[in-house]
Design a protein around this ligand. Sequence first.
Ligand code: MSP
Length: 652
Amino acid sequence: MENKKFYITTPIYYPNDNLHLGHTYTTIVADVLKRFKRIQGFDAFLVTGTDEHGQKIQEAAAAAGKQPKEYVDEIVASAKKLWKSLDIEYDKFIRSTDPSHEKAVAGIFTKLYEKGEIYKDIYKGHYCTPCEAFWTDTQLEEGKCPDCGREVDYREEESYFFRLSKYRDKLLEHYENHPEYILPVSRKNEMVNNFLKDGLEDLSVSRSNFDWGVKVPFDEKHVIYVWIDALSCYLTALGYGSDNEELFEKFWPANVHLMAKEIIRFHVIIWPALLMALDLPLPEQTFAHGWILFDDDKMSKSKGNIVYAEPIIERYGVDALKYFVLREFTFGQDGSFTNEKFLQRLNSDLANDLGNLISRTIQMVVKYNAGIVPGVGEIETVDGDLIDKAVNTVGAVEAEMEKLSFSTALEEIWKLIRRTNKYIDETTPWILGKEGNTERLNTVLYNLIESIRIIAQLIEPFMPHTSMKINEQLGIAPMGWNSTSEFGLYLPGTEVSRGENLFQRLDLEEEKEILAKLNQELVDSRKAEKMSLENAKETEASEAKTEITIDDFEKCEFKVAEVLDCNFHPNADKLLVFKLKIGDEVRQIVSGIRKHYEPEELIGKKVIAITNLKPVVLRGVESNGMLLSAANGEDLTLLTTMADIESGAEIS
Ligand code: MSP
């Protein structure tokens, strides 16, 4: 009997409170694939999560004045929020700091050590901290890390090693016997030529220069290498190594590991070798997609070429973003995001092709038949042509999805959409209406509605909200994936209803500017927020402040402000947004004191504000000044006056 389970993974992300559109690519794709498999009748399981150990995180936490766990907890919350806004339906969010995961990873390490797959030795080599990787002399490029080009440190230290070298031939054999194991095929060739052809070295799998990680259970001065820790998440997310391995029994091996191209080598060299050493079956497929580029370059904070998903979702809806990402980029290759390309597709594919088809058809049913879908009469050649296209599209879509060709799968659906639009032009229902040819008109209207029903069902895994809205207008509940190969299931006599336009046609030039501005605002506010946190830290840290003169002090304007209103910031967990009365003026100030106050308790209070600070935008909300507070470690209190005094009173 066919195995109807499907296990999909995304990479286990580094904690990052600044995830951009590129980072969301794998999760968007993984979610669509899961919905697709589920609708096809598979029991599909999607895992994502966070890779939270390692020196980089330990250092970043220390720099933020936090314990590593406290630091990652906050970031994980922001990542989960982004996945929610993207409608990602994961079944398990695994954190490498979950105690059950840590216990299982320690168990994996011990098992490999006891089997002789891991041994202790001295590591001599060059260490790249950002990549958390050791390199030999010959691997360095111009003395620098071959992966990121940064400086490396020479180190000699005790380390545990995994016998990776002994798996070289087995890996090559596996690649050979399972052509679908690494996709696209070009990646397989790259792996063989760049990493396997000249032999493999054993892999250092422990670190002893920091302690934020899973400790080697029998030698606690070592922590387990982050990649062993992170890759194991694919097993522990299913309960491997816990008291309940039911999910593991059901879902392992993975049907597909999805990721971007730069991390495939960890997934097809280290990971399968580890699984072989653990006597576990290997995943069926590892698919590496390309990067989403912006201005033809990989997005990065340091280059300043970042596009965020949030403004796009807020303004155009999550379905429009998903459609664009899946349709525009060929899965497996790099692709460039531009606002122009996005808006063009929104106008042509979504507003014109899909949106118009629905609104024209519903309007005609309302106009010619009071909103009731009529029964069908005699079928003509042109009808047969549409019906064939409608019932055969599902086969073409499934064939493309089997290859993970998301773009061509959508193109197949859009061929049907365009065919249906053409059918309107061919059958000219408005002329039939004018001529009073009711029987023919009824047939045309029915065929249109039934084609739209099939279209709505076909787009459901890709654009669930849009699909639902179309069904609402059709007055029906979805009839299931199998209903897409049958024509005639829509019940005549059902009433349709006119809804709002699914997608608005937009003025390209005007909209391009708006979108660029929204994105830039978010880039700026995240930068400003980071800077203000850093400044706050520096201020806190510097004990002896430089002396200033009375003139310096007089440059600052402090005033008493009355809190008229106080709310949570819509996009930042640490911030509160205040409406303050300062004399006759009402102004808005954003303050990072969410942890210390509930908004309601502050309303009506008189506080002290600096009122001549240059305005900043913090996560999309403008802040005109700063509230003063006194802080001692974790304790914080807003400043106020000894006796009540009118708002607007100057402080000197
Ligand atoms: N922690 C590792 C993965 C461990 S998996 C056992 C990691 N994390 S990451 O946060 O840096 O990356 C997460 C994913 O985002 C990776 O697949 C990465 O390649 C992808 N992307 C980051 N920037 C990207 C683009 N601009 N475009 C497409 N994907 C990109 O690596």
